[in-house]
Design a protein around this ligand. Structure first.
Ligand SMILES: NC(=O)c1ccc[n+]([C@@H]2O[C@H](COP(=O)([O-])OP(=O)(O)OC[C@H]3O[C@@H](n4cnc5c(N)ncnc54)[C@H](OP(=O)(O)O)[C@@H]3O)[C@@H](O)[C@H]2O)c1
Length: 350
């Protein structure tokens, strides 16, 4: 990739004034794009990004708009088109995160989250797509989250909004493909930005502890993924969601027996290589070291064998009885697993 990969291109980064969006704006400018930095309320932060970029010899403007407001979005896009030209590269990054239990999640919080994180992605995409179609060129990156891909008991609205973003990404990718418009998404893990301000340090520490690469991510880590998705390096990719989480999603599609998931219903989780279980005969027999990592305590574990098309259900007879899981055949599927003990608060970050 050349240093000026995006020269001659106009880029719009929503929520570009801080955190991941700022890193994306800087990355785009470094690679030659003219950059529009969107923000909602913090004009100082947006102006600071623009000043920094201009000082570095780049072309940048700040544009205020609440992405959940159709009129403001329309005005923003018209301003960008007038000052920098039609948008070639769009990063739908603006987002809000509220750490809330189900008791704290009311309709107002739900609507506020969905309006910014999902409707905002729709409105901005719709405001730029016609120009992209006419010019037969467009690259769109939507900011999802690993919350979209695994249970998040304390951020239900956020997780739902981000799952919506991955669905929107897949569907628009198909709809726009014939116009040479590629749409992909990034699902970051824990990234050090102000969005985490409301989350307990102990929760953050626990997420970092369980992250294979052993650290929190930086906004630049995510900006580099965005660069890849916007560039020709990813020319044969569309509709995809790339996880950038230091590895912490590695078991998301498997049955994960970590105590941090205690109490969750992992219905229809695929078990690929090493998931399951002596569920039909709960025992304490010694398991190989590798499979002991899957040890857990359950009340019920229902398994379906795909190959034999069988469904066996096993209920552990006594509450809290210990079932030692061990690697079994690959062609199995956990259809329901309910853990009861030990229960630790579930981890939930953006
Ligand atoms: N940080 C993480 O751990 C993490 C993990 C996964 C996914 N993400 C996602 O990554 C994206 C960026 O997050 P971040 O951590 O960089 O957040 P951040 O530091 O809190 O920055 C959020 C940005 O979004 C803007 N914004 C918020 N609501 C807006 C609205 N309605 N209209 C326009 N702009 C709005 C803010 O502008 P103002 O300052 O003007 O309000 C700010 O520029 C979000 O979509 C987030 O969900 C973050």
């Amino acid at each position: 990739m050349t240093e000026q990969e995006f020269s001659g291109k106009t880029a719009l980064v929503t929520g570009g004034s801080r955190g991941i969006g700022r890193a994306c704006a800087e990355m785009l400018a470094r690679h030659g794009a003219r950059v529009a930095v969107n923000y909602r309320s913090n004009a100082n932060a947006a102006n600071d990004v623009v000043r920094t970029l201009q000082t570095g010899g780049h072309t940048a403007i700040a544009v205020r708009a609440d992405v959940s407001d159709e009129t403001q979005v329309q005005t923003m896009v018209e301003t960008v088109e007038k000052q920098l030209g039609p948008v070639d590269l769009l990063i739908n990054n603006a987002g809000v995160f509220y750490y809330a239990t189900h008791e704290e999640t009311d309709l107002e919080l739900w609507n506020r989250t969905l309006a910014c994180n999902l409707t905002g992605v729709f409105l901005v995409t719709w405001a730029v797509k016609q120009q992209m179609i006419e010019r037969q060129f467009g690259r769109i990156v939507n900011m999802s989250s690993i919350s979209a891909l695994r249970p998040r008991p304390n951020s239900i609205a956020y997780a739902a909004s981000k799952a919506g973003v991955t669905g929107f990404t897949k569907s628009t990718a198909e709809a726009f493909a014939e116009h040479n418009i590629r749409v992909n998404a990034i699902a970051p893990g824990l990234i050090e930005t102000e969005i985490l301000d409301g989350v307990d340090q102990s929760v953050l520490d626990r997420i970092v502890e369980s992250t294979p690469l052993g650290r929190i991510g930086t906004p630049d880590d995510v900006a580099e993924l965005a660069r890849f998705l916007l560039s020709d390096e990813s020319r044969f990719m569309t509709g995809q969601t790339i996880v950038g989480s230091g590895g912490s999603m590695r078991e998301a599609s498997n049955f994960e027996t970590s105590p941090t998931t205690a109490g969750t219903d992992r219905g229809h989780c695929d078990s690929s290589a090493a998931a399951l279980s002596s569920a039909t005969q709960p025992t304490n027999t010694a398991a190989p070291a590798a499979s002991r990592r899957n040890e857990t305590t359950v009340t019920r574990l229902n398994i379906r064998s795909r190959s034999a098309n069988l469904r066996c259900e096993a209920s552990v007879p006594s509450f809290g009885a210990r079932v030692e899981t061990q690697a079994m055949a690959e062609n199995c599927k956990v259809v329901r697993a309910v853990q009861v003990s030990p229960i630790r608060p579930a981890v939930a970050g953006p």
